[in-house]
Design a protein around this ligand. Sequence first.
Ligand code: COA
Length: 256
Amino acid sequence: MSEHILTEREGAVMIVRMNRPEKKNALTRAMYKTMAEVLTRADQDASVRSVLITGGHDCFTSGNDVADFLQAPPNGLNSEVFMFMQALFDFTKPVVAAVCGPAVGIGTTLLLHCDLVYASRDATLKMPFVSLGLCPEYGSSMILPQLVGQAKATELLLLGSAFSGEQAAAWGIANQALHDGAATTAKAFDMAQRFGSLPPTALADSKRLMRAPNREQLRKVIVEEGELFSQRLHSPEAREAMTAFMQRRKPDFSNL
Ligand code: COA
């Protein structure tokens, strides 16, 4: 179990909190593994009716730990990050996310697999995959163009343009933008709690039906993206981009 993932039961809601504030909740391999295990257990536990994913009032997550990417890049489909992706993708109960502050990389793409998303108005979402020498992940290359249109998806995925919680709500990535972190977390928890009073099998069946179209195609895309992403992590482009981040300088791709 990672000390940076806190879990708490509030009635029928399982709250999963990323808690590594000194690194903006950057996700390590141990954190992914713990989240995967927590989700798997929550799915099997009949007393859990929904899950709330949060990073607290100030930061959702800065995405994958860049130092981990450099020192121990994920090994494709056997990696902890893939275990987490699969556990969330296959989760049968409703998942609600409360997004406050930065939500970078997988901090944004995981939202595409949640059932309800609440964001603070000034949350900063970003998918800087290309500028890191990487490629889209977790089905985002398929889901985003469908959700926001090809033109907007190009800005978000190829240019890696940042966007606010308010824009996320306007574009259908989030359900609603709220005025601050506390209001966002309270709203997300309230919505997660509402699922507790509904008949669980009807809920699970309905979630499955809503996600059924394109599901197998999406599963293939996630695998294809994951394989390419793992390859790209070893590329000179990615190593320069990530080393530059760690050294707090601008990357230099001029010789690549
Ligand atoms: N991996 C590893 N460390 C990270 C990190 C990450 N993804 N994100 C932040 N950190 C660390 C910083 O290195 C810094 O560590 P230090 O205090 O030991 O120097 C600390 O967290 C605080 O980050 P900082 O950049 O100073 O905070 P900020 O408020 O100015 O900016 C972010 C916050 C999230 C916008 C910025 O940290 C960022 O862009 N992070 C990288 C995101 C990223 O590229 N993720 C990978 C996506 S695939």
